[in-house]
Write a protein that binds this ligand. Structure first.
Ligand SMILES: Nc1nc2c(c(=O)[nH]1)N[C@H]1C(S)=C(S)[C@@H](COP(=O)(O)OP(=O)(O)OC[C@H]3O[C@@H](n4cnc5c(N)ncnc54)[C@H](O)[C@@H]3O)O[C@H]1N2
Ligand code: MOO
Length: 411
């Protein structure tokens, strides 16, 4: 077991233990927000037939030669074609078909005159304009040609992509899988919402934080359980959750206290412990293990420490599986417009609020104390400020590295 490792080492260690996931087919209506697993090429032309872009009359352009308001050309109307009709009557010289937008252009016709430039009755139409072949004529494939690349591999599927797939008649699409994740919060002090709090007890905020955060990054939260600090109970629950979970996120019991049982549980299960403790504050106590192909992230019970290690590690691993890379943290530089008076012997992540500015970006500390157990400071937090090991206090005007959360956390 590795002890007190660097964040980057922890990331690659975890990444090297991600099991193989197979892509899956889902109905296109359920594909929004997921990522395509392969390239998709057009199986057909769209539109599939030459069609009229206007309400008017389809004719041979040659028959309109010289037509004007003063000397209109008169044509016989031999068909009425609405959108959805087959429109197969051949148009000859001196003939036209009444046609509506989206209807197929009949054989023989090579243009459409808009109805505003005509006058008609039941049998004949007067043409007030001279047209060229191909005028007001949407050929088959005008939108999409058979064989066109519609969607690249690993594209985030949104409504536009889904509509394009629908226009091709494609009912299903192959997408990257959603990992199945279980949440297991531990602690004798935890009380379910709705119950009174006796002295020493707290409500279980981690359960809600972890479950909803997983949901936000496109994981499939299969279950969330709460257990007391009892080794046999934690062990039993992990054993039950493993078959249905690609990942398990636990909180609590990873430090050095007498009820910090997670490491012992991992050992007794025979799990491969990847590491215990990170060179990072908050978030030093963390234990990650692999048990029967399931990665278990044993996060700290301290809410802010749990959240920060979630964002740095769990988020990164989940998006490698579901392909939602835009939901991972993005590194940038910013000017610090606040004051953090403590020096940092260990690498430190401060909770911050980043705002774009003309020369790059500015960042301040989020409101609330920068303590590992302080949840309020995560309320208005859209980034982590990455303070390197051995840094003196951080003062106003200093350049800092920032790990930005996805835009959805910005106001
Ligand atoms: N002697 C030492 N004590 C501690 C050390 C150390 O190195 N030596 N490390 C400290 C640090 S840093 C942290 S962080 C915490 C980590 O503790 P655990 O991860 O073992 O977590 P717990 O002890 O179970 O809980 C910590 C804290 O969080 C509260 N908590 C727990 N679960 C929840 C929950 N589901 N929802 C809301 N709050 C929760 C819990 O009541 C505690 O207050 O250890 C330090 N100690
Ligand atoms: O390192 Mo603890 O994780 O301060 O919060």
């Amino acid at each position: 077991m590795k002890k007190r490792i660097e964040l980057n080492e922890a990331k690659s260690l975890l990444a090297s233990h991600i099991k193989k996931f197979a892509p899956l087919e889902v109905p296109i209506m359920e594909a929004a927000g997921r990522v395509s697993a392969k390239k998709i090429k057009a199986p057909m032309d769209q539109p599939p037939f030459d069609r009229s872009p206007l309400d008017g009359f389809a004719l041979k352009a040659e028959c309109s030669r010289g037509a004007s308001e003063d000397s209109p050309v008169e044509l016989e109307i031999i068909d009425w074609i609405y959108a959805g009709d087959a429109g197969e009557t051949k148009i000859g010289d001196g003939q036209a078909a009444r046609i509506m937008t989206g209807a197929p252009i009949p054989p023989g016709a090579n243009c459409v005159i808009r109805q505003e430039n005509t006058a008609w009755d039941e049998n004949t139409v007067k043409i007030f304009d001279s047209l060229k072949p191909g005028q007001n004529y949407a050929p088959a494939g005008e939108d999409i040609n058979k064989g066109d690349l519609l969607v690249e591999k690993e594209t985030l599927l949104k409504s536009s992509q889904i509509a394009v797939l629908a226009s091709m008649g494609l009912q299903e699409v192959e997408v990257m899988p959603k990992p199945a994740v279980s949440v297991l919060t531990t602690g004798n002090e935890l009380v379910p919402l709705g119950n009174d709090l006796e002295r020493g007890k707290i409500y279980n905020s981690n359960n809600y934080m972890m479950t909803t955060r997983l949901d936000e990054i496109g994981a499939d939260v299969v279950t969330n359980r709460v257990v007391s600090d009892k080794k046999t109970l934690i062990e039993k629950n992990i054993k039950e959750l493993v078959p249905e979970s690609d990942f398990i996120v636990t909180t609590g019991g990873v430090s050095v206290g007498e009820k910090d049982l997670m490491l012992e549980v991992f050992s007794e299960l025979g799990a491969e412990i990847l590491f215990w403790k990170l060179d990072l504050k908050p978030g030093t106590p963390i234990a990650c293990a692999v048990y029967e192909d399931t990665i278990i992230f044993g996060l700290s019970g301290n809410p802010a420490a749990a959240l920060i290690t979630f964002d740095l590690l769990v988020r990164n691993i989940v998006v490698q599986v579901n392909g939602l890379n835009h939901l991972d943290l993005k590194r940038t530089r910013a000017t610090f417009v606040d004051d953090f008076p403590r020096s940092s012997s260990t690498r430190r992540m401060l909770r911050g609020w980043f705002v774009n500015s003309e020369d790059g970006g500015i960042v301040r500390l989020s409101r609330g104390k920068q303590r590992p157990g302080v949840l309020k400071s995560t309320l208005e937090c859209n980034c982590l400020i990455d303070i390197p090991e051995g840094s003196p206090p951080v003062s106003e005007g200093q350049e800092v590295e920032v790990l930005k959360l996805p835009e959805m956390y910005s106001i």
